[in-house]
Design a protein around this ligand. Structure first.
Ligand SMILES: Nc1ncnc2c1ncn2[C@@H]1O[C@H](COP(=O)(O)OP(=O)(O)OP(=O)(O)O)[C@@H](O)[C@H]1O
Ligand SMILES: [Mg+2]
Length: 209
């Protein structure tokens, strides 16, 4: 399964959701960081080459896997790497590689416009998830990029919000496939870089996706 996650609004929980989805894969699985925070959330160092470095060359796209680092004995991370211009055809090659090899979760970060997410990465994904809080401003932005056609919404629920999961699903005409609570244990695990080692139980709904 090649899954891509993004959010129309910063700080929604996309990196947490992408990490948890990957960690709960039983077999070998690779997390791909296009947004920059995954090493910190996983307690790894920031340094080293990454996906952007691989895309900037004309080497075989398979080489991208050589840039991965072990998260644990089954899970790998490919870092974002150095900011470099990427020829458009390389995004297509990368997307095809993810789709054919099939065991990747991409954290695409905040996507506010069509320029923020290379279309091939979306087009070839087996599963497209948008991560949202039940926030009117986030919903407005999600509607502006609704042509990205997510298959599902992962809702990071906050207490006291007026909008329900049904409101969010109806507004975007997309099902809410998982609902996770805003849980201080998640924030503490992130701050300590321990999310992959001790994922809090409140993230369990993601293990069933
Ligand atoms: N379910 C949750 N419960 C409590 N806090 C959470 C939860 N999910 C994420 N957070 C916290 O919210 C903040 C943002 O989370 P995260 O980095 O995953 O969001 P993001 O959408 O990837 O942000 P960015 O736009 O910066 O990439 C972090 O401090 C994280 O610890
Ligand atoms: Mg992030």
């Amino acid at each position: 399964m090649y899954t891509i996650c993004w959010s129309p609004k910063g700080g929604s929980g996309t990196t947490v959701v992408a990490s948890a989805l990957a960690i709960w894969h039983d077999g070998p699985h690779t997390l791909v960081d296009l947004a920059g925070d995954l090493p910190a959330v996983l307690g790894l160092d920031d340094g080293g080459r990454g996906v952007l470095d691989a895309l900037a060359t004309e080497n075989s796209i398979d080489d991208v896997d050589r840039l991965s680092t072990n998260i644990d004995d089954r899970h790998l991370l490919i870092r974002r790497g150095t900011e470099t211009p990427v020829p458009p055809h390389r995004w297509h090659d990368l997307a095809m590689h993810f789709a054919q090899q099939g065991s990747y979760t991409v954290d695409a970060g905040t996507v506010a416009s069509i320029d923020d997410l290379p279309m091939p990465l979306l087009q070839h994904a087996h599963r497209r998830l948008v991560v949202l809080r039940p926030c009117y401003l986030a919903l407005r932005r999600a509607r502006l990029i609704s042509h990205f056609n997510p298959d599902g919404i992962v809702l990071v629920d906050e207490p006291g919000r007026a909008l329900s999961a049904d409101d969010v699903a109806n507004c975007l005409d997309t099902p809410v496939v998982a609902q996770i609570p805003c849980d201080p244990r998640v924030a503490r695990a992130v701050d300590a870089g321990l999310l992959s080692i001790r994922p809090p139980r409140s993230l369990d709904p993601l293990s069933r996706l």
